[in-house]
Design a protein around this ligand. Structure first.
Ligand SMILES: Cc1cc2nc3c(=O)[nH]c(=O)nc-3n(C[C@H](O)[C@H](O)[C@H](O)COP(=O)(O)OP(=O)(O)OC[C@H]3O[C@@H](n4cnc5c(N)ncnc54)[C@H](O)[C@@H]3O)c2cc1C
Ligand SMILES: NC(=O)c1ccc[n+]([C@@H]2O[C@H](COP(=O)([O-])OP(=O)(O)OC[C@H]3O[C@@H](n4cnc5c(N)ncnc54)[C@H](O)[C@@H]3O)[C@@H](O)[C@H]2O)c1
Length: 470
């Protein structure tokens, strides 16, 4: 059988593969997309979309419970099946955007099968051999299951099965206190479950400790048990009755969610057949996301440079240049924001204070503004949180935001860091009053205030000029 020939063959129809397929087809390339399971990949089906939909339902329940601004709290009536219908409705509403029909409409040839390399220039999928000028591996990641004794003998949930539950877990044990563990802990607690998080190190361990503490304190105040530096020795039990044995005692639950990190999904690809090297993080790529086979690129979670939908989109936009136009491309890693959608939200872009200190020592400056000093936060009764910015030579290196809408507020810092703007740009921005966005301007003000208002030379100059002015 003669191979099917194409310009670009993309393996994986998640955020990374779909962004690339749409862009490349619209720019005139012949594109084949191979997806072995569900179009939309993790983000749409078992990741961002269902988790944020569940968090939204949980936030409504919590708002009723807490009341505030003079409104008494009431006990929310939670119909878990209806909540899950909302979650599935959100997936269904977004799914057409990622559908086979839409991509075929854009001119992409979509093959629904698992792909595997049969040579450095060919894959096999859907009963066809596909020979492409360029391949892109966009196969994503899957839950990593830690080597805990007994885990393989108990029924446990992962992000791939959690959103299939129709009944609320009575007592949910969560292994892992990263973003998945923390978001799902708060969502389930607010929806009425008892929840315990068991974390081997520090929960939200990548994040600025002060910002993480604010989130974790809030979860604890809502009744989530969080065990940090916990050594899990064994897991036993059966459906409905799971026991996690830690060095400090036994924890019992009705369900166990494993949220202990993710690993690249490369096993079906037969990478050695294509001369593509990979390690535990993902496909080994150069600064242009090209693998050890020069015709093959890797993007998104599979490239091992982070696991975010916006990173997948960025990678797709980047590799399209060399693949379609033969232009060089170089991946940047200093301007990728991340947000944990807990309440309060925690957003980070660029370096944390600790990372900046480790890299630049005392050459950095740190400025901050607290939500308590922002009028919109005060009027809305949402005063917990802060914005902290690390600078070097007048340019922001990183920003940490924790508090209401932190994920929205990080946007201007993403622009400033990506475009190398100075703090003057942020200070010069005029923002509507009263908005939470003014927090960003306030931080810039905190940077310039001492330079302006505690400067004896300036004071003397102003006095001299005042004497001269008519
Ligand atoms: C619970 C959860 C919540 C998350 N929340 C957020 C969030 O709020 N914000 C955010 O930015 N990120 C979030 N993420 C991360 C985000 O989902 C991923 O970073 C993103 O989906 C990566 O996209 P991708 O295209 O690289 O991989 P995927 O979305 O995993 O897509 C890969 C696709 O490749 C297919 N595939 C694999 N192997 C083959 C093969 N051999 N042949 C054919 N097809 C194959 C798979 O079936 C899959 O559809 C979350 C993740 C999880 C698990
Ligand atoms: N809001 C978002 O953008 C968002 C949300 C969820 C997930 N994600 C992405 O998905 C990735 C995976 O999320 P995650 O939370 O699963 O992974 P993670 O790697 O960020 O966190 C996993 C946690 O599990 C702990 N752990 C590992 N083995 C353990 C064990 N045996 N016992 C106890 N704890 C153990 C680790 O110390 C770590 O803190 C994230 O890094 C992120 O990139 C993003």
């Amino acid at each position: 059988m003669a191979p099917m020939k194409t310009d670009l063959c993309i393996i994986g129809g998640g955020a990374a593969g779909l962004s690339l397929a749409a862009g490349a087809a619209r720019m005139g390339a012949r594109v084949v997309l191979v997806e072995g399971h569900r179009m939309g990949g993790d983000c749409l089906n078992y990741g961002c979309v269902p988790s944020k939909a569940l968090l939204a339902a949980a936030a409504r329940a919590q708002a009723m419970r807490e009341g505030g601004c003079g409104i008494a709290g009431v006990l929310p009536k939670i119909d878990h099946a209806a909540v899950m219908a909302h979650v599935r409705g959100a997936i269904a509403a977004i799914a057409p955007h990622d559908s086979v029909e839409r991509f075929e409409g854009l001119g992409v040839r979509v093959i629904r099968d698992w792909a595997r390399f049969v040579s450095p220039r060919e894959i096999q999928a859907g009963g066809e051999v596909i020979r492409a000028r360029r391949f892109v591996i966009a196969t994503g990641s899957r839950p990593a299951v830690p080597p805990v004794p007994g885990l393989d003998r108990v029924p446990y949930l992962t992000n791939e099965t959690l959103f299939e539950l129709d009944a609320r877990p009575d007592r949910l044990l969560i292994l892992g206190g990263g973003p998945i563990g923390i978001e799902m802990a708060q969502a389930h607690r607010r929806l009425g479950a008892e929840v315990a998080v068991i974390e081997a190190k520090r929960a939200l361990g990548r994040e600025d400790p002060e910002a993480a503490a604010l989130v974790l304190d809030r979860l604890r105040a809502e009744g989530v048990e969080i065990f940090e530096h916990a050594e899990v020795r064994r897991v036993t039990g059966r459906a409905g009755a799971i026991t996690v044995e830690t060095a400090d005692g036994l924890l019992e639950g009705s369900h166990l969610l494993v949220a202990a990190g993710r690993q690249p999904a490369l096993e079906r690809l037969d990478l050695p057949a294509a001369g593509v090297e990979a390690d535990a993080a993902g496909v080994r790529v150069d600064s242009g996301l090209r693998s050890t086979n020069r015709r093959i690129y890797a993007i998104g979670d599979a490239a091992g440079q982070g696991q975010f939908t916006h990173l997948a989109g960025y990678h797709a936009g980047l590799v399209i240049r060399p693949i379609l136009l033969g232009l060089p491309a170089r991946v940047r890693r200093d301007h990728m924001p991340r947000v944990t959608y807990s309440d309060p939200e925690l957003a980070q872009i660029g370096s944390t204070e600790a990372e900046a200190r480790a890299a630049h020592g005392d050459a950095i400056e740190v400025v901050r503004a607290d939500y308590a000093g922002n009028d919109r936060a005060v009027t809305g009764g949402r005063t917990a949180g802060f914005v902290k910015v690390v600078l070097r030579r007048g340019r922001p290196l990183g920003a940490t935001l924790v508090g209401a809408e932190a994920g929205e507020l990080v946007g201007p810092w993403a622009l400033a860091i990506a475009s190398g703007q100075r703090m003057t740009a942020m200070a010069g921005m005029i923002l509507p009053y009263p908005t939470l966005g003014e927090l960003n301007k306030r931080v810039a003000g905190a940077y310039f205030s001492p330079k302006l208002f505690e400067n004896p030379w300036l004071k003397r100059g102003v006095r001299a000029i005042q004497r001269l002015l008519p």
